[in-house]
Design a binder for this molecule. Structure first.
Ligand code: ZN
Length: 194
């Protein structure tokens, strides 16, 4: 089933509670939360206190996308803030296998994200460990960027790898998604659209 996960990066930050309620009423399946540290990505967004503050406004799962260096250091804090699924970047974590198990040890779901230029072939052995794989379809760091076309082929390739392993890993795409590309990304095998 296709799921829609709107990112609160596009929300009115002065009225986040009301915005979350609006998203739930509008039919969102998950709330996508983009955390940026100004080091892994050039931009800084927000951290745990904001997530904690908006948690009471919805029962929808919080899909927390950590665009931060050494994400393992902060997993427990994000779980405590209300994350249901925590996605870390392949490029930002040296011990990705251990980090995924660590995330799961808190009883939340674990995801791996890759940047546009990172090949999906690197994820072969991580597929059974990851509940979700996020393919960045823009270079991470800012909202409102244009979709990078070759990412459609990456989704297809990843979908084939997941099917070949008989795994239940979901595929999420993030960045520049709109009516011009959502159909072909769905056909390529995407499960969740940010
Ligand atoms: Zn994201």
């Amino acid at each position: 089933m296709v799921k829609i996960a709107p990112s609160i990066l596009s929300a009115d930050f002065a009225n986040l509670g009301a915005e979350i309620i609006k998203l739930e009423k509008g039919g969102a399946d998950l709330i996508h939360i983009d955390v940026m540290d100004g080091s892994y990505v050039p931009n800084i967004s927000f951290g745990m206190p904001i997530i904690k503050a908006i948690r009471p406004y919805t029962k929808l799962p919080f899909d927390v996308h950590l665009m931060i260096q050494e994400p393992s250091k902060y997993i427990e804090d994000f779980v405590k803030a209300g994350a249901d699924l925590i996605t870390i970047h392949y490029e930002a974590e040296t011990h990705i296998d251990r980090a995924l198990s660590y995330i799961k040890s808190f009883g939340v779901k674990a995801g791996v994200a890759i940047n546009p230029a990172t090949p999906v072939s690197l994820l072969k052995h991580l597929i059974p460990l990851a509940d979700m794989i996020l393919i960045m379809t823009v270079n991470p760091g800012y909202g409102g960027q244009k979709y990078i076309e070759y990412c459609t082929d990456k989704v297809k390739e990843l979908k084939a790898m997941i099917s070949a392993q008989g795994a239940a890993t979901l595929i999420e795409v993030d960045g520049g998604i709109d009516i011009s590309n959502i159909k072909r990304l769905r056909e390529a095998g995407t499960d969740i659209f940010v």
